[in-house]
Design a protein around this ligand. Structure first.
Ligand code: FAD
Length: 466
């Protein structure tokens, strides 16, 4: 609980107009895309790194939690005030500071919406590739804190691959500019990379320097239908073995296809048990060559149908199934537990067979979709949480999925982070010595443990949130 005296001090730092304490007004700051709700004591909207520094110094002295928050679109509960405290909402850090076409560098404040930067870069013929499906709502700071991936990661990598440097404020109040503004730089430990993906537990990021690329000349979108998910995932490896790296390579399995097929205008061939949505980009000749090759690979791999489109409404039509997917899944059960596991691409057939076996064994639908191009499958365990038996089964399924993924050489989270929802499982992947070293690093940044407590390390076996 933050004391009245501390609230007065915070108000003096940010100004009374930028602090909220009324329970009703705070509702929006106690939840995120997990739909879990925890009440903060207050939410502050700092406007400068100096204000962030003063608040963190106060919190370290007085011992209240501070929870950095971007847009609250996180899928693992990273922005939730699980121990109350002050939500530090970074909404006012919303300026694109510069875009430099000669050096291919952009500087942005942390609260800039990802899609806004993408659009601003495109206007100058440039390209900011990381594109989480949430890019219309998520912030760049949230993307950096989670090391967000996205649809184009298969070819262009993830947020980490585009961050050159950043300004951050650590819990003891120091404002540090780390990394570089140049194409290269190896001076000292790479503190930039340490903070990327640290889920708001090490530092509050205030601005970020990002690498841009020239915008690709053109692209083409394709959709291919397969009788079953195993045939579809085998095609993913075959495409890449043919030395084509598509920009997008998304999978939907049978349950996903069935969930959307009556809601879209696009005709899905009978007997379809999976589909792949693909995109290639580059110059005209390279795009035509890659698209031809992909068509051939799909046809050789028992595709039931194949369509391709360039630009405008035709492309939108091909994306319709993917766009409508998430809400449609609730047709089979009222709740879902979403995991974002990754396995080496060539091990995907084993993973999907295992999911099918688990679904049969536990009697729960387990639709799988997502970024198959990088082996990152969104596994959705559908259930009715009001049924204790289904809840118990779902817990078992999560553990079995993680065991299999790790046995296949994968990871339990490709992009959504550990937050609170995966904290009970982190030990399955990271050996004790690794976890202890991480905790010592956390202590060096945050000796009093005030920054985003209860995240990543504090699972202590509790799975109440799923
Ligand atoms: C429909 C939908 C689709 C999605 N698709 C994808 C996808 O394709 N790929 C993907 O990777 N993710 C995806 N996500 C998850 C989510 O959008 C990302 O994790 C995103 O990066 C979160 O950004 P945010 O601004 O909403 O951060 P928040 O949810 O507000 O916060 C996320 C974490 O970042 C920390 N944080 C936020 N700002 C700062 C800061 N300035 N300094 C320090 N820490 C900070 C928070 O403390 C928290 O731990 C999706 C979410 C939704 C709802």
């Amino acid at each position: 609980m933050i004391s009245e005296a501390d609230l007065r001090n915070i108000s003096e730092v940010v100004g009374p107009a930028h602090l909220i304490t009324r329970t009703n007004d705070l509702e929006a700051y106690g939840s995120d895309a997990t739909k879990l709700v925890y009440a903060p004591d207050a939410a502050a909207f700092p406007g400068t790194a100096d204000e962030v520094s003063k608040i963190l110094q106060l919190a370290t002295r007085e011992g209240f939690p501070v929870i950095p928050r971007g847009a609250g679109s996180g899928m693992s509960g990273g922005a939730l005030p699980v121990r109350g405290g002050l939500v530090l909402a970074m909404d006012r850090f919303d300026r694109i500071l510069s875009i430099d076409p000669d050096n291919l560098v952009a500087k942005v404040e942390t609260g800039v919406i990802t899609g806004r930067l993408q659009a601003a870069a495109e206007e100058l013929g440039l390209f900011y590739p990381p594109d989480p499906a949430s890019s219309d709502i998520s912030t760049i700071g949230g993307n950096v804190a989670e090391c967000a991936g996205g649809l184009r990661a298969v070819k262009y990598g993830v947020t980490r691959d585009y961050v050159l440097g950043l300004t951050m404020v650590i819990p003891t109040g120091e404002i540090l500019k780390v990394g570089v503004e140049t194409a290269k730089g190896v001076a000292g430990y790479d503190l930039t990379r340490l903070v990327i993906g640290s889920e708001g537990t090490l530092a509050v990021i205030t601005d970020i320097t990002l690498r841009l690329l020239p915008k690709p000349e053109t692209n083409r979108t394709m959709i291919a239908f397969f009788p079953d998910v195993s045939s579809a995932v085998r095609i993913v490896s075959r495409i890449i073995a043919n030395r084509i790296i598509p920009t997008v390579l998304e999978l939907m399995d049978r349950i996903c296809v069935d969930a959307v097929k009556d809601e879209i205008e696009f005709p899905i061939p009978p007997r379809t048990g999976a589909l792949l949505l693909m995109e290639v980009d580059g110059d005209e000749a390279a795009v035509a060559r890659s698209a031809d090759m992909i068509r051939r690979v799909c046809e050789e791999g028992r595709a039931l149908g194949f369509e391709s489109a360039s630009g405008g409404e035709a492309v939108d039509r091909l994306w319709e199934a993917r766009r409508k997917l998430s809400p449609s899944l609730y047709k089979c059960r009222p709740h879902k537990i979403s995991e974002d596991v990754v396995v080496p691409r060539t091990r995907m057939p084993e993973l999907v067979s295992h999911l099918e076996a688990l679904s049969r064994r536990y009697g729960l639908p387990i639709p799988a979709f997502g970024h198959a191009g990088d082996g990152n499958i969104h596994v959705n365990i559908m259930l009715d949480k009001s049924d204790p038996e289904e809840l118990e089964k779902a817990h078992d399924v999560v553990e079995k999925v993680f065991e299999k993924v790790l046995a296949l050489g994968g990871t339990i989270t490709g992009e959504h982070g550990i937050g609170i929802t995966k904290a009970p499982y982190l030990e399955m992947e990271i050996p004790r010595a690794g976890l202890e070293l991480m905790q010592r690093i956390k202590k060096a940044f945050d000796p009093k443990g005030i920054l985003n407590p209860g995240k990543i390390f504090d699972g202590s076996g509790s799975k109440e949130w799923i």
